[in-house]
Ligand binder design. Structure first.
Ligand SMILES: C[S@@+](CC[C@H](N)C(=O)[O-])C[C@H]1O[C@@H](n2cnc3c(N)ncnc32)[C@H](O)[C@@H]1O
Length: 301
């Protein structure tokens, strides 16, 4: 029987400290708490709405070198190397890095809310595994509602920032295991040890490296990782979230990618009764022009 395709969701975060102020001419102007930054944004092929004088008041800009993928921050006035931002009960650091990243992905706030709601309403304290967990905001959203979380990321710097975010958020007493390791190596070892989890979050990059040079390539590694994750799910799991940053920008391709994630998760979970939804994360600027960032699939058991 042909399966009915469910409508794809587009989720946009709701918070006051972060704002996509404007976009256009291949750039975005974002406010992170008290400072505004300009970063490259290939999707912003349209014109800026705000006048050039407004863009000129930005505190800093990440400028990409034309000849390579590299770039540099140019600050227009002395800025602190990092500053604190807040969303709901989480406090965390914004730290412009040489990569152009700033220590958080604001669009992901929709996932933090979803994770928080699922851990809060669970009938038991959950054991959650957060793979590719970066600076820990999804981990902290789960921990804040009583989950016991294992956070895995290949980058020691990201995990150090995540631990600082834990303290800033007042969650130092929550049971979080911080692990700097290749995600695949960690999951395989957990499977061998017989460890089990109630929920798994995965936010893999398209390409990455483990701390010992292990290569992660989404296209080649995802199915293998999901099959290893299947082995560490307990008998009555609660949720799974798989998020992938998107490089494809047309609506049709985004839907196809999201649908692809949903079907790999469904395949991984054959034998379980579960509801799987899929969608994209996006952010709108003041002119309601939408910038898509990633596609996701979510499973609730
Ligand atoms: C897209 S970011 C995660 C964003 C995060 N969920 C958030 O909300 O801010 C991907 C993360 O994967 C990590 N990573 C890359 N390759 C890895 C690997 N082989 N094993 C574990 N982590 C890896 C990177 O260090 C990075 O922190």
């Amino acid at each position: 029987m042909k399966e009915r395709r469910e409508k794809m969701e587009t989720l946009m975060p709701d918070w006051t400290e972060y704002e996509l102020v404007d976009s256009g001419a291949g750039k975005k102007l974002e406010r992170f708490g008290e400072f505004t930054l300009i970063r490259p944004e290939p999707q912003a092929k349209w014109e800026m709405i705000l006048p050039a004088q407004r863009w000129e008041t930005a505190d800093g800009e990440f400028v990409k070198a034309t000849s390579s993928q590299r770039g540099e921050w140019r600050f227009r006035k002395p800025l602190p190397a990092r500053w604190t931002m807040q969303r709901k009960n989480l406090k965390f650091l914004v730290q412009p890095a040489p990569s152009g990243h700033v220590g958080l992905f604001p669009d992901q706030a929709c996932h933090w809310d979803w994770v928080e709601a699922r851990t809060k309403r669970a009938a038991r304290p959950l054991k959650v595994l957060c793979l590719f967990g970066h600076t820990g905001l999804a981990t902290l959203a789960a921990a804040a509602t009583g989950a016991e979380v294992t956070h895995v990321d290949a980058s020691r710097k990201a995990v150090t920032l995540a631990r600082e975010n834990q303290c800033l958020s007042g969650l130092q007493k929550q049971p979080i295991r911080w692990i700097v390791e290749d995600a695949m190596t960690f999951v395989r070892r957990e499977a061998r040890r017989g460890s089990r989890y109630d929920a798994i979050l995965l936010d893999p990059p398209r390409f990455g490296r483990g701390p010992d040079g292990e290569i992660w390539k989404l296209e080649e590694s995802l199915l293998e990782l999901l099959s290893a994750c299947r082995k560490i799910l307990n008998e009555t799991p609660v949720f799974i979230l798989l998020n992938v940053y998107s490089t494809v920008l047309t609506q049709g391709r985004i839907e196809k990618e999201a649908e692809g994630l949903r079907s790999v998760l469904k395949k991984m979970l054959e034998g379980f009764q579960a509801r799987t939804t899929a969608g994209e994360l996006a952010i709108e600027d003041a002119g309601r022009r939408r910038i898509s960032s990633s596609v996701f699939a979510r499973v609730e058991f």
